[in-house]
Ligand binder design. Structure first.
Ligand SMILES: [Zn+2]
Length: 107
Protein backbone atom coordinates (compact mmCIF):
# COMPACT_ATOMS: atom_id res chain seq x y z
CA UNK A 1 0.00 0.00 0.00
CA UNK A 2 1.00 3.64 -0.33
CA UNK A 3 1.04 6.42 2.24
CA UNK A 4 -1.77 8.86 1.59
CA UNK A 5 0.36 11.72 2.93
CA UNK A 6 3.66 11.34 1.10
CA UNK A 7 2.79 8.69 -1.46
CA UNK A 8 5.73 6.45 -0.53
CA UNK A 9 5.18 2.71 -0.59
CA UNK A 10 4.94 1.32 2.94
CA UNK A 11 4.36 -2.01 4.62
CA UNK A 12 0.74 -3.22 4.59
CA UNK A 13 0.83 -3.75 8.35
CA UNK A 14 2.40 -0.36 9.12
CA UNK A 15 0.35 1.87 11.40
CA UNK A 16 2.58 4.91 10.98
CA UNK A 17 4.40 5.78 7.76
CA UNK A 18 8.15 5.30 8.37
CA UNK A 19 8.86 7.99 5.80
CA UNK A 20 6.78 10.93 7.03
CA UNK A 21 5.54 9.68 10.41
CA UNK A 22 1.89 10.27 9.63
CA UNK A 23 -0.65 7.70 10.85
CA UNK A 24 -1.59 5.45 7.97
CA UNK A 25 -5.19 5.70 6.91
CA UNK A 26 -6.82 2.47 5.98
CA UNK A 27 -9.95 1.92 4.01
CA UNK A 28 -12.72 1.33 6.54
CA UNK A 29 -13.48 -2.37 6.83
CA UNK A 30 -16.65 -3.44 5.04
CA UNK A 31 -19.46 -2.30 7.29
CA UNK A 32 -21.38 -5.18 8.81
CA UNK A 33 -24.83 -5.24 7.24
CA UNK A 34 -27.38 -3.60 9.48
CA UNK A 35 -29.94 -5.85 11.05
CA UNK A 36 -33.35 -5.75 9.44
CA UNK A 37 -35.69 -3.89 11.82
CA UNK A 38 -38.68 -6.01 10.88
CA UNK A 39 -36.72 -9.14 11.82
CA UNK A 40 -36.32 -7.80 15.36
CA UNK A 41 -39.99 -6.74 15.50
CA UNK A 42 -41.11 -10.12 14.17
CA UNK A 43 -38.92 -11.99 16.64
CA UNK A 44 -40.29 -10.02 19.62
CA UNK A 45 -43.88 -10.25 18.36
CA UNK A 46 -43.60 -14.01 17.93
CA UNK A 47 -43.54 -14.34 21.71
CA UNK A 48 -46.75 -12.36 22.18
CA UNK A 49 -48.82 -12.50 19.00
CA UNK A 50 -47.82 -15.60 17.06
CA UNK A 51 -49.61 -14.75 13.81
CA UNK A 52 -48.24 -11.18 13.72
CA UNK A 53 -44.76 -12.47 14.53
CA UNK A 54 -45.02 -15.04 11.75
CA UNK A 55 -46.12 -12.50 9.14
CA UNK A 56 -43.44 -9.96 10.16
CA UNK A 57 -40.72 -12.63 10.21
CA UNK A 58 -41.64 -13.95 6.75
CA UNK A 59 -41.56 -10.42 5.28
CA UNK A 60 -38.30 -9.67 7.16
CA UNK A 61 -36.65 -12.80 5.76
CA UNK A 62 -37.63 -11.74 2.26
CA UNK A 63 -36.24 -8.23 2.89
CA UNK A 64 -32.98 -9.62 4.28
CA UNK A 65 -32.43 -11.59 1.07
CA UNK A 66 -33.41 -8.68 -1.18
CA UNK A 67 -31.44 -5.96 0.61
CA UNK A 68 -28.57 -8.08 1.94
CA UNK A 69 -29.41 -7.03 5.47
CA UNK A 70 -28.60 -9.01 8.58
CA UNK A 71 -31.26 -10.68 10.70
CA UNK A 72 -32.26 -13.58 8.45
CA UNK A 73 -31.47 -15.97 11.30
CA UNK A 74 -33.52 -13.86 13.69
CA UNK A 75 -36.40 -13.85 11.21
CA UNK A 76 -36.15 -17.63 10.89
CA UNK A 77 -36.25 -17.93 14.68
CA UNK A 78 -39.35 -15.72 14.71
CA UNK A 79 -41.01 -17.96 12.12
CA UNK A 80 -40.16 -21.16 14.06
CA UNK A 81 -41.32 -19.72 17.40
CA UNK A 82 -44.58 -18.45 15.88
CA UNK A 83 -45.35 -21.79 14.23
CA UNK A 84 -44.44 -23.70 17.40
CA UNK A 85 -46.78 -21.50 19.41
CA UNK A 86 -49.62 -22.04 16.97
CA UNK A 87 -49.05 -25.82 16.99
CA UNK A 88 -49.07 -25.81 20.80
CA UNK A 89 -52.25 -23.68 20.77
CA UNK A 90 -53.94 -26.17 18.41
CA UNK A 91 -52.86 -29.14 20.56
CA UNK A 92 -54.11 -27.33 23.67
CA UNK A 93 -57.43 -26.62 21.93
CA UNK A 94 -57.79 -30.28 20.86
CA UNK A 95 -57.04 -31.49 24.41
CA UNK A 96 -59.74 -29.19 25.81
CA UNK A 97 -62.27 -30.40 23.21
CA UNK A 98 -61.40 -34.04 23.92
CA UNK A 99 -61.64 -33.40 27.67
CA UNK A 100 -65.04 -31.72 27.23
CA UNK A 101 -66.33 -34.61 25.12
CA UNK A 102 -65.03 -37.10 27.68
CA UNK A 103 -66.63 -35.11 30.49
CA UNK A 104 -69.92 -34.93 28.61
CA UNK A 105 -69.78 -38.66 27.95
CA UNK A 106 -69.18 -39.39 31.64
CA UNK A 107 -72.30 -37.53 32.70
ZN1 LIG B 1 4.13 9.00 4.43
Amino acid sequence: MFCKNCGKEIDDKAVICPNCGVAVEREAPAATPKTNTLAIVGFVLSFFVAIAGLVCSIIARKQCKERGEGGAGLALAGIIISIAEMVIAVIYFVIIIVALIAAAGAM
